[in-house]
Design a binder for this molecule. Structure first.
Ligand code: PLP
Length: 406
């Protein structure tokens, strides 16, 4: 059959150029936002907790169900500030998953604390609560579950550990905008939720980040940490009260332009998340019987999942002798569906340069097993296409695995 011939061998690609033209670029520019940006520019009010920042913080916190939102310049300093507000300091330990962007672990290192890498669950690829329990020492002062690629760490079991030990959770929601766990917005379940709005994210402003919290005292600390000590509501040059003694504060302020872009984009988040979620389920269903391929599980109690990436896991043992993920990647790319790699273990990343004494690896079997030799990732923009695209993508995966699997 002509269609079965792999594109890499001269066959017709499963994802045609016509279909690919339906993929929208990301981030999505919008004329109304451009017009409003011009007005902010002309107003000369570009920073310092202006009207756009206040509006976005209120609207995003409401959307997720949090009492407070504190806007910052990116999703790296939000993590650092979250740990800082919780009192993490030099000599403490912070538990993080081994498979995340390095920022999650660097947040602890910035404060002189030691990131402790803990293994993940094989289905969701998010922090394994059983391993977290084993990794806790008397130095553990925080745990950062990452809702990896939009899937969800098991917040029920992690919160149980947190309640029993008094160790707070900082949810890293950089990949999970718009996700809801059993009726609660991600980022509102632990003590603080940290989000990134870097430009590839599903809610994006080039750079940007926010911390959500339900706690008034933590909100005040977060605000002061990012605003060189000023409290919320205080005008530049008119600090009525200062930060508590010893709380080192920074300039981590975000810009009005970014906050405005986010408020405008937030209007589309619900519909886009629903579309990604529905498409992800449909695509997962279409490829469920393809040999050698499983998909990253949805959050166990996800009502709505905010897919940053759709992740397929290849079982290398299912491949014919002599084939590896390299051949699968090349064949999928030829079919019009290039797949990314996901995150390898943080402690082996080229940009990770901390000496071995500055971190600890507690457990890593699943992290090691589910990286370069297994992970095929697709950006969230694919999930904003229509059903014909999902069918074509499934056709590509089926066709390639039919040729390469035993
Ligand atoms: C899981 C995770 N945490 C934190 C960050 C840091 O966010 P930012 O790039 O906004 O500093 C990222 C960025 O991609 C991330 O993927």
């Amino acid at each position: 059959m002509k269609f079965d011939k792999l594109a890499i061998h001269g066959g017709r690609p499963a994802v045609t150029d016509t279909l690919k033209r339906s993929l929208k670029p990301w981030p999505q520019p919008c004329p109304r936002t451009a017009e409003r940006l011009k007005q902010v520019y002309l107003s000369g009010k570009w920073s310092f907790n202006g009207a756009c920042e206040q509006e976005f913080c209120r609207k995003f916190a409401d959307y997720c169900g949090a009492r407070h939102g504190v806007f910052m310049v990116n999703g790296t300093v939000t993590l650092e500030s979250a740990l800082h507000a919780l009192g993490v300091k030099a000599g403490d330990e912070v538990i993080v998953p081994g498979n995340t962007w390095i920022a999650t672990a660097m947040a602890a290192a910035y404060l002189g604390a030691k990131p402790v890498f803990v293994d993940v669950e094989p289905d969701t690829l998010c922090l394994d609560p059983a391993q977290v329990r084993r990794a806790i020492t008397r130095k553990t002062k925080a745990v950062i579950p990452v809702h990896l690629f939009g899937s969800m760490a098991d917040m029920d079991r992690l919160m149980k550990i947190s309640r029993e030990t008094g160790i707070p959770l900082v949810e890293d929601c950089a990949h999970a905008q718009g996700g809801f766990w059993n009726g609660k917005g991600l980022g509102t379940i632990g003590s603080i939720g940290s989000f990134s709005f870097q430009q590839s994210k599903t809610l994006a402003s080039g750079e940007g980040g926010i911390c959500l919290t339900q706690d008034d005292e933590l909100a005040d600390k977060l605000f002061r940490i990012k605003h060189i000590g000023y409290g919320a509501g205080q005008k530049q040059g008119e600090a009525a009260t200062g930060p508590s003694s010893g709380l080192i504060c920074h300039n981590y302020r975000g810009l009005e332009f970014n906050a405005l872009i986010l408020t405008e984009s937030l209007k589309r988040l619900k519909a886009q998340t629903a579309q990604r979620d529905a498409n992800a389920r449909y695509f997962a269903e279409l490829i469920q019987d393809v040999p050698g391929i499983t998909v990253q599980a949805r959050g166990r109690r996800a009502d709505m999942q905010g897919y940053y990436n759709f992740v397929m896991l290849l079982d290398p043992r299912a491949l014919k002798k002599g084939n590896s993920i390299k051949e699968i990647r090349e064949a999928l790319a030829a079919e019009g569906m290039p797949c990314g790699r996901g995150y390898g273990p943080v402690y082996r990343h080229l940009l990770w340069n901390l000496p071995a004494s500055a971190y600890r690896i507690h457990s890593r079997a699943v992290v090691e097993d589910s990286t370069d030799n297994r992970m095929l990732t697709l950006m969230h923009t694919w999930l904003l296409a229509g059903k014909p695209m999902m069918k074509a993508m499934a056709g590509a995966v089926g066709k390639v695995m039919k040729a390469y699997a035993k």
